[in-house]
Design a binder for this molecule. Structure first.
Ligand SMILES: [Zn+2]
Length: 378
């Protein structure tokens, strides 16, 4: 009897998840469409819809076009039944984003605040996060948590930063920040969070290499739709790929790392210009800017050549600089590759990220969304 009872419960749960999953994927549907697509009885679908509506997970948002008879309710998921906040910590600022169950960004904001591995800093970041939540009147009960994307390699238990030479945050612990943020908190390596966002956006992506073109460079490798962590969470640190052992000194102690040629920091050093102004001059065909940019793209192509020899995947150009790239820039990289790479790439094999400087914060927020969807979908 106990077993039979549990089985009935399990079947009920499975049906509920099936109905929710179908609505999630179809985006807009009706009771009859669900009956047809799920091959489920009308009364079972009705029961499950009632339950999902009571839980606040779905909405009846209007009516379908009438084809005679009673008009059918249009059913959608409640996109804001659960939401997530992503916090991106950088050297000079923080990015905050608020994301719904479709991974859409509802709010985004940047605060200028220089990083310090001190209690006062974490307290201030906690206050700004809470201000962000208050200002946008988020439903706190629906908030799944705050995910923090930070430069630095995260320990495999997710509790601390294990390598952080840029922010000098080697000792930073998740719990320190969590003390000032009264929601479930998690730490994520910024470039891996960025990769996670791209996997979310590109549902058919299998193998890929992400180049995160932020103030400091980041990278990530994806295979079989998973971000590769490696034995000590160090996979994909493409920023330290060495292009010239006699090149400029990198913060890691080596010389000629990709970081020293292709980070935004390196670009600013060379141009002595703010990034928007540099690109404005570049697109007006300023010869100095053109020469610096061609040099930049040439180094990027060289790195892509070396990485694609190891990982046969799509290249994703992401992060702060990505929105400034044009199709001509991609063509330039492809032309370079056709001269130096054993296997040339095609236009389709280079993807441009679209979320710019907010990429990592959004990716981090999506971890919470995925966890929730894994419990409600099948
Ligand atoms: Zn380096």
């Amino acid at each position: 009897m106990v077993n039979k009872g549990m089985t009935t419960m399990a079947i009920k749960q499975i049906n509920l998840k099936k109905v929710y999953t179908a609505i999630y994927h179809e985006k807009e549907t009706s009771k009859l469409q669900l009956v047809q697509s799920l091959q489920m009885g009308l009364s079972t679908v009705s029961q499950n819809l009632k339950e999902l509506e009571e839980q606040g997970l779905i909405l009846k948002t209007g009516y379908l076009e009438s084809t005679g008879g009673r008009r059918a309710h249009l059913i959608t998921i409640n996109k804001q039944a659960k939401t997530s906040v992503g916090l991106g910590i950088l050297k000079d600022c923080i990015h905050l984003v608020h994301v719904n169950l479709y991974g859409e960004v509802i709010h985004r904001q940047t605060f200028l605040i220089p990083y310090k591995d001190e209690k006062s800093y974490y307290q201030a970041v906690g206050e700004l996060t809470q201000q962000f939540i208050e200002k946008h009147q988020m439903n706190k009960e629906n908030l799944l948590g705050v995910s923090i994307a930070i430069q630095g390699i995260i320990s495999s238990d997710g509790e601390s930063v294990s390598y952080g030479p840029i922010l000098h945050n080697d000792q930073m612990k998740r719990s320190t920040l969590a003390n000032f943020i009264p929601y479930p908190c998690r730490l994520a390596h910024d470039s891996k969070a960025a990769a996670y966002l791209e996997l979310w956006h590109h549902q058919t992506l299998d193998s890929a290499i992400l180049l995160l073109l932020n103030e400091n460079l980041g990278g990530a490798i994806m295979t079989n739709r998973h971000v590769h962590n490696g034995l000590q969470m160090r996979s994909g640190i493409i920023e330290h790929l060495s292009l010239d052992k006699n090149g400029p000194l990198c913060y890691c102690g080596s010389r000629g790392c990709l970081e020293t040629y292709c980070s935004m920091h390196a670009l600013i050093e060379q141009t002595q210009m703010e990034i928007p102004y540099f690109f404005e001059k570049l697109r007006q065909n300023d010869p100095t800017c053109q020469s610096i940019w061609k040099n930049y793209l040439t180094h990027l192509a060289e790195a892509i050549r070396n990485i694609t020899v190891v990982i046969d995947g799509v290249i994703i150009i992401s992060g702060h600089l990505a929105p400034y790239f044009t199709q001509e820039d991609i063509t330039f990289i492809l032309n370079q590759l056709s001269q130096i790479a054993p296997f040339p790439l095609t236009h389709e094999q280079i993807i441009l990220g679209i979320e710019g400087e907010y990429t990592s914060a959004i990716g981090a927020a999506l971890y919470n969304i995925t966890d929730f969807l894994n419990t409600t979908m099948i």
